[in-house]
Structures are given as structure tokens and as C-alpha cells.
Design a protein. Structure first.
Length: 135
């Protein structure tokens, strides 16, 4: 791994389970024990039924491109060498929508409703980012 020049997530009590899961190549989400909602971002209560109890659900890593944009301008210097790149919202099969990058194809090949799978980008010793590639 080299020096990583882009912004990194800040781990805290709410998101630590998710980021530790990514390090283990697992997409871990909270699932409400009362109504079954798989939720993202993490929260101390369910946004659907307001229950406070949840369990950990490991997602399959499969989903669909819900929406996307292609960046041709780097709004942070760390991204300049990757232009153009795709930022997308992926609707996971389990329900949550995640903001991510689409990799493994040219930007013009990305389409809404395209099936994708998680791939892992180990950017530092402690942070692994989930990105998605076409199936």
C-alpha cells in the first residue's frame, strides 16, 4: 500500500462495525430485530419502527446502480490522476443504498439498473473501501 492522498472515513462508535467489516471484506449493516429493516447509515434506532435493538447483517455485496455521475473535474487533488471516474449510488439487494465508485469498466459503460458486485480497495493498513464493478 502506498501513501493515500484522498479523504478517509473517520471511525466512530456508530460506523465502526461497518468499517471493521470492510476490512474483513464484509458489508456489515444493522438490521432491526423488530421489523427487519436493513439500514444505512447506522443509527441508534430504526427509522421505520423506532425500535432500538438491532443485529448485524452481512450483505451479499450484490446490487444495482440506482444513479451515477461521471466526474471530469477533480474537486480534491487526490482524485486528479483518476479522471474521469464514476460516483454512484448502489441499491444493495438487501435494501440499503450506498454511495460508492464504479470501477472495472470505462465510465461510458456504466448504466442505471446495471448489476454490480462489491470489490475491495485496501487503501491503508486500517481502511478498506467498498467499490463496485459490473457483474
Amino acid at each position: 500500500m502506498t501513501d493515500y492522498s484522498k479523504p478517509l472515513p473517520k471511525l466512530n462508535g456508530d460506523n465502526r462495525q461497518f468499517w471493521e467489516g470492510c476490512r474483513a471484506h464484509e458489508l456489515r449493516f444493522q438490521q432491526c430485530t423488530a421489523c427487519g429493516l436493513v439500514r444505512w447509515p447506522p443509527s441508534f434506532l430504526c427509522p421505520r419502527c423506532h425500535a432500538t435493538e438491532s443485529t448485524c447483517r452481512i450483505a451479499s455485496g450484490l446490487g444495482t446502480v440506482f444513479t451515477y455521475t461521471v466526474y471530469h473535474t477533480a474537486f480534491h487533488p487526490g482524485f486528479a490522476s483518476e479522471l474521469p471516474y464514476v460516483v454512484a449510488v448502489v441499491a444493495l439487494d438487501e435494501g440499503p443504498h450506498v454511495l460508492t465508485n464504479i470501477v472495472g469498466c470505462r465510465p461510458e459503460e456504466v448504466k442505471c439498473d446495471q448489476r454490480v458486485k462489491v470489490v475491495w480497495d485496501e487503501v491503508t493498513e486500517t481502511i478498506t473501501l467498498p467499490k463496485f464493478a459490473p457483474l
